[in-house]
Write a protein that binds this ligand. Structure first.
Ligand code: 13P
Length: 335
């Protein structure tokens, strides 16, 4: 088995998933200030280090996505953050895009930047211990969007990124996120997500990316958050499985969903149903940011010295999602 596929499987096997702790300093500042904690590098490190030192890291978390600031920080145990994560048995990863900017030619849409100098930055991150990377393309849905231009240009960037990452012996997480914002139907989400994912794979193949050595990080198929349509969790699971079965090449070893604004329980319940009904050969796990951290962050903000209490909450969420990644979660276990 190729080394990259091996890493991808180590990250996602046996119900393990990914902790997406790669919020940029701007996003992390919003999250911390939202719970009245000053955003400085000490507080950002303290909260993150608390999660990375939790007992669920060895049982549930196969990989942690870091931000540039965090991968260079040293923990209170005087070891680097990548070493702290590796010691728990998880792989450290790094977000390498530099954010989504207005797309010239279609100013209501975004294009993700960060290709300039990427090869050199990847070499540096590899030396710091990164085993995998993340790049997020973002698409909004409306009557006219995503445009062909946005679908094509983001797929192109994701493919150039992935080829460079594999050249540097790391596993690229390919994240095309079709946002849930808007009043679109689940059917619209299904169609647009299929189009976006298919185009990404066309470009990945063109750029000679080894599909056995990537992880796909897609959205689930949901109705827009301003839509009147209410679809059941069963329907979300069914549409999500159908969409991925029809648009993802079978060589891809694993899929790890983003939570994208779903509540913690919703993200767990949907993942569980996806796995209960998984009729594909793909591992279906999680790469959650908000849906793994929200409750822990809320608790910590009010009990900033209670690191054990914070870890207890995080451990529970990680455990619930790891059960869901095996189709073994239930409301009874949750409570
Ligand atoms: P959410 O799970 O909060 O959507 O974050 C995942 C992520 O990494 C977005 O890029």
């Amino acid at each position: 088995m190729s080394e990259l596929k091996n890493i991808a499987l180590q990250i996602l096997n046996n119900g393990k998933g990914i902790l997406a702790a790669d919020e940029s300093t701007g996003t992390m500042t919003k999250r911390l200030e939202g719970v009245n904690v000053p955003s400085n590098s000490e507080n950002r490190l303290l909260f993150r280090e608390t999660l990375f030192s939790s007992s669920s890291m060895s049982d549930c978390i196969g990989g942690v996505i870091l931000y540039d600031e965090t991968i260079k920080q040293v923990s209170s145990k005087k070891i680097t953050i990548p070493d702290l994560i590796s010691k728990s048995g998880a792989h450290p990863g790094i977000k390498v895009d530099t954010g989504a900017k207005i797309l010239a030619g279609s100013p209501n849409e975004k294009i993700t930047e960060g290709l300039d100098g990427l090869r050199e930055r990847l070499k540096e991150y590899y030396k710091l211990g990164a085993k995998f990377t993340k790049w997020r393309g973002v698409y909004n849905i409306s009557k006219d969007y995503p445009s062909k231009l946005s679908v094509q240009s983001n797929a192109h960037a994701l493919a150039r990124y992935s080829a460079l990452v594999q050249e540097n012996n790391m596993v690229p997480i390919v994240e095309p996120e079709v946002l849930m914002d808007g009043d679109h139907s689940a059917k619209d989400c299904y169609q647009k997500t299929s189009e976006v994912i298919k185009r990404c794979f066309d470009e990945l193949i063109l750029h000679k990316v080894d599909l056995k050595g990537i992880i796909l990080k897609p959205n689930m198929i949901l109705a827009g958050n301003k839509s009147n349509e209410k679809i059941s969790n069963e329907e979300v699971a069914k549409l999500t499985l159908e969409c991925l079965k029809n648009s993802v090449p079978t060589e891809v070893p694993g899929i790890a969903f983003l939570s994208g604004g779903q509540s913690e329980i919703e993200a767990t319940e949907n993942l569980n149903l996806i796995n209960k009904n998984n009729n594909t050969n793909f591992i279906m796990s999680y790469s959650y940011g908000r849906a793994l951290q929200q409750s822990a962050l809320k608790f910590w903000s009010k009990n900033i010295r209670d690191l054990e209490g914070t870890q207890k909450i995080f451990n529970h969420r990680a455990k619930m999602n790891t059960l869901a990644a095996q189709g073994k979660w239930s409301k009874e276990i949750e409570n």
